[in-house]
Design a protein around this ligand. Structure first.
Ligand code: ADP
Length: 493
């Protein structure tokens, strides 16, 4: 008696519906939850289990048929109330006290008459509310997805339409630049040409982003020469890097086959974006690109790229935000360097489409390393060149120590003065030659090199920068002379 009570009382209070039935399918016990939810007049005891679960049990003349796997299986069933309405449950049925080896499939009670099979315990959870909520969630999700799709399609259409007039302006500027024009008009046209180029880059980014968001982006893999691709990336950036006085190194593992199969254009896009950022945010030091082979599975290899700079670095708390859409580390940075904050988001999505991931390791005022992996194919003829078991270990991503570069960034040090002098004289040279685009690059570097300078110097640099932006030759020369004088005093020169 005591044993039975300890068995039944916890079941009695349970929120689950608990039913016991004998080998003939006759219900012998139902807890309060079952009685209340199923509402059989006169109670559940004595009725056949197939009345409650007609989809799961059938009452034959001498047999109870079921597909149920007793024990572990949790099955979704329709539980029928006394009034023949039903609600969904998740049910598990145990066979108590009697281990029965063959637990699945049809069985005839009459075939087992001789055995003692104990009782069946059914535990069922009412999932009506859960299902209702799930339906609501999936409806909200569907609506949100549809809204996102509509928005993305709209953005894609608008940006596509924008491209036509921008290219129209660009074409006309090119024609005009071929004419015999005065200096001032040429400068104005060149400025317009630059603006159109920038606008096209933004349009491209928004277009890529909206396609990626709408899931409409497809990769176009084909066989390409890996090192030629890297040479192309190098040639796209080397001028800007060297003009800025930055050293540039590229290392490629000899284990990477000559040809691989992947979307070359998109790999170039990711590398190009990371390199542009590295160049944009670095005033002194070097930028390195490393490509290694990190894994091989059949005819697929994993390539790992690192783009490392010795630039301004990123605070640890800002690093998480980097790969989110439209996010820039801070507003002052975006004002200073421009950009839409879409570059890294696009990189992340492209890299993920290529089966990899992108990460950042960075230290404020020391530098940043952006790394990403992708999977590419290797065609049969190149596969023989692969050495199985030979993969590369990439360099430490987070190693940023470099004393000379440290010194260069610290205002007042010998390295810093040397770099300041170099960049200021390049700036003036560009001003003399009226190369305003390059002048702004050197101006940015001067600003970075004086970030830790006393307020007086920083204010002068800002004035000089504004004069450069306005292309005001006389103002620039006056501000430069004044800055030079103060720097000489500060440096004790
Ligand atoms: P954008 O197109 O505006 O450059 P990105 O997504 O490429 O946008 O970069 C987002 C922000 O991440 C940048 O505005 C900058 O604050 C930060 N960032 C990216 N790369 C670097 C880097 N190499 N060094 C320092 N900050 C970086």
């Amino acid at each position: 008696m005591e044993v039975n009570e300890s068995c039944i009382f916890p079941a009695e209070d349970a929120l689950e519906l608990i039913l016991m039935f004998d080998r003939a399918g006759i219900v012998t016990y139902a807890n309060t939850a079952a009685e209340v939810k199923l509402g059989y007049e006169g109670g559940l005891c004595g009725i056949h289990i197939s009345k409650v679960f007609p989809g799961a049990f059938e009452q034959g003349e001498d047999r109870l048929e079921t597909e149920f796997s007793f024990g572990k299986e949790v099955k979704k069933l329709a539980a029928y109330r006394g009034n023949r309405t039903c609600f969904p449950v998740e049910a598990r049925i145990l066979l108590q006290d009697k281990p029965e080896p063959e637990v699945q499939g049809h069985f005839r009670m009459s075939d087992r008459e001789s055995g003692d099979f104990g009782i069946y315990i059914c535990m069922a959870v009412d999932i009506l509310e859960k299902e209702f909520l799930n339906r609501e969630i999936s409806q909200v999700k569907q609506e949100a997805q549809l809204a996102l799709k509509v928005k993305s399609e709209f953005v894609a259409n608008v940006t596509h339409e924008l491209r036509t007039p921008v290219n129209g302006i660009l074409g006309n500027i090119k024609v005009l630049l071929g004419e015999d024009l005065d200096k001032q008009t040429i400068r104005a046209l060149q400025m317009m040409e630059r603006c159109c180029g920038d606008m096209n880059k933004i349009i491209d980014n928004i277009l890529d982003f909206s396609k990626l968001e709408a899931g409409k982006f497809t990769l176009e893999p084909r066989r390409f020469h890996f090192r030629n691709m890297l040479d192309y990336v190098r040639s796209n950036h080397i001028n800007k890097l060297t003009e800025k006085g930055l050293a540039f190194f590229m290392t490629v593992s000899p284990r990477i086959p000559e040809y691989v199969i992947g979307d070359e254009l998109r790999i170039v896009q990711v590398l190009g974006n990371l390199l542009s950022n590295a160049q944009k945010f670095t005033s002194v030091g070097k930028i390195t690109v490393e490509a290694v082979l990190t894994a091989q599975v059949k005819d697929k290899i994993e390539l790992f790229f690192m783009v490392k700079d010795t630039g301004i670095g990123i605070d640890i708390e800002d690093q998480d935000k980097l790969f989110q859409s439209f996010s820039q580390v801070d507003a002052s940075i975006s004002r200073k360097y421009g950009g839409t904050g879409l570059g890294l988001t696009i990189c992340k999505q492209l890299v993920e489409l290529m089966g990899g991931r992108i990460e950042v390791a960075s230290e404020k005022n020391k530098g940043s390393t952006f790394s990403f992996s992708i999977w590419v194919g290797v065609s049969e003829e190149d596969e023989s060149l692969l050495q199985p078991d030979h993969i590369d270990m990439p360099l430490d991503m987070a190693a940023f120590e470099d004393e000379a570069i440290e010194d260069a960034r610290q205002f007042g040090t010998r390295e810093n003065r040397k770099n300041l002098e170099k960049n200021l004289s390049k700036l003036i040279l560009c001003v003399e030659m009226e190369n305003w685009e390059k002048a702004e690059v050197f101006m940015d570097t001067v600003r970075q090199l004086t970030q830790e300078a006393p307020g007086e110097v920083r204010r002068m640099v800002l004035r000089l920068k504004m004069a450069v932006q306005k292309e005001n030759y006389d103002r620039i020369m006056a501000d430069f002379a004044e800055l030079n004088r103060v720097l000489q005093i500060q440096g004790g020169g």
